[in-house]
Design a protein around this ligand. Structure first.
Ligand SMILES: [Zn+2]
Length: 417
């Protein structure tokens, strides 16, 4: 079977013919050149207005990179016609295998973008003998295409999340759809300021915001204020994962303080290197970590007390009714206020200050899935980890949308990956 027969069966372009195929084994990298020519008598389309026009002249042949085959680089080679268009004047024709002035075929672009969902971008570049920036451009093109066709219907629940990014304690704000039937990244913005969250609501639109039933967020003030104002009809829920992260931070503080104190008294700082024992759920500890924890629990330390308070608070989320949960919360807070452990007292104060929002959890229970924001946050972190070279906001934005946005993709007659 001829190569052109295969191409005709997987990717046929109306008005064009696959012509001669040349295998250049002497090139720096082995290359397959597939020549394309216009079908006899067919007219080209103006790239300005998309209307057929008269042939003006022909430019020098140009290479468009195609999906590689057996580690051989593949290019379509085509001499673009110039069209004498009645509306636009003389323009270069539009070709169906590439967008605008791009030197990459659409097939290759979506091929690279598909692999970039599974591997980190530098691995994709190495595997298919191309550069990081080519992979980036492919993904960027895919994201642009998807965003232009973003479907924002049927969203009833959103989660507002923040993620560390960049130097000097920078943040990004990520807004997810967290409905039972669909979870995805909807929007991303720089920083976590009032302006950031206001920009989200402006983009999202008043009408859509009015239709939201649930909004999940952490206790960050600018978020709380904007959500109360812009999505006032929704039940505002404080996300469990973010609430519990305040406990982890508090325990960390207590532990660090205690290590310091023990050292200054010349005692063996048994807590050193035990950080993970206190932050992990008991069932997730390794055997050694479990033994260390047992050892530590035998000592009556403030870290231990804090740890037990946190473990006890986990019961809060198990309640079914708002009232009984409220009773538990109030009791827990007053007990903690007597603990004499300042970081934990700060947690209790914070919980008291957000009592109503915390209790909204029980109105939304069963309707907003528990781990949605946490799950999306973990996926976002994995994307950041894979992010060799995503130093600019533009690149990280493209990476997040690509990995988490569940964006639409065009229908192809043949899928290369
Ligand atoms: Zn035109």
């Amino acid at each position: 079977m001829q190569l052109t027969s295969i191409l005709n069966s997987i990717e046929k372009y109306k008005g064009f013919v696959y012509d001669e195929v040349i295998f250049d084994r002497k090139a720096f990298k082995k290359t397959l050149l597939i020549h394309v020519r216009p079908r006899v008598g067919s007219k080209g389309y103006c790239s300005g207005c998309g209307v057929k026009g008269r042939h003006y002249d022909t430019l020098a042949p140009r290479r468009f990179q195609y999906v590689p085959l057996w580690a051989i680089l593949v290019f379509l080679v085509y001499a673009m016609r110039r069209i004498d268009c009645r509306t636009c004047g003389v323009t270069v024709e539009m070709v169906p295998w590439a967008d605008g002035k791009k030197r990459m075929t659409r097939s290759f672009q979506w091929f690279l973008a598909g692999w970039a969902k599974r591997l980190c971008w530098s691995d994709v570049a190495a595997a298919f003998q191309t550069s990081w920036s080519t992979v980036y451009r492919a993904v960027e093109g895919a994201v642009e295409w998807g965003l232009a066709r973003h479907d924002l219907a049927d969203i009833t629940a959103i989660g507002v999340d923040e993620i560390h990014w960049g130097k000097a304690g920078g943040f990004l704000t990520l807004v997810y759809q967290i409905d039972g039937h669909r979870k995805r990244l909807l929007w991303i913005g720089q920083h976590r300021s009032k302006a950031t969250i206001e920009a989200f609501f402006k983009w999202y639109g008043k009408e859509r915001a009015a239709n939201l039933q649930f909004v999940c967020s952490d206790m960050w003030k600018p978020y709380l204020r904007a959500i109360a104002k812009r999505a006032s009809a929704a039940i505002h829920v404080l996300d469990r994962f973010h609430v519990m992260s305040h406990f982890s931070k508090a325990i960390d503080k207590v532990r660090a303080g205690e290590v310091k104190k023990m050292k200054s008294r010349g005692l063996n700082p048994v807590l050193k290197g035990s950080r993970w024992c206190w932050l992990k759920r008991p069932e997730n500890l390794t055997e050694t970590q479990g033994d260390t924890l047992k050892e530590l629990l035998r000592l009556n330390l403030r870290t231990v007390k804090s740890y037990l308070l946190k473990e006890d608070f986990n019961n809060f989320w198990e309640y079914t009714y708002r009232k009984s949960a409220a009773r538990f919360l109030d009791k827990w807070c007053s007990r903690t206020m007597y603990s004499k452990i300042d970081p934990m007292k700060d947690v209790a104060r914070m919980l008291r200050a957000h009592r109503d929002l915390l209790l909204n959890w029980f109105d939304a229970k069963g309707q907003v899935s528990v781990g949605s924001v946490e799950g999306m946050n973990n996926k976002a972190k994995t994307t950041t980890k894979k992010s060799y070279g995503f130093r600019t906001y533009k690149a990280i934005r493209v990476a997040y949308y690509h990995a988490l946005g569940d964006l639409p993709e065009p229908e192809f007659t043949h899928r290369f990956c």
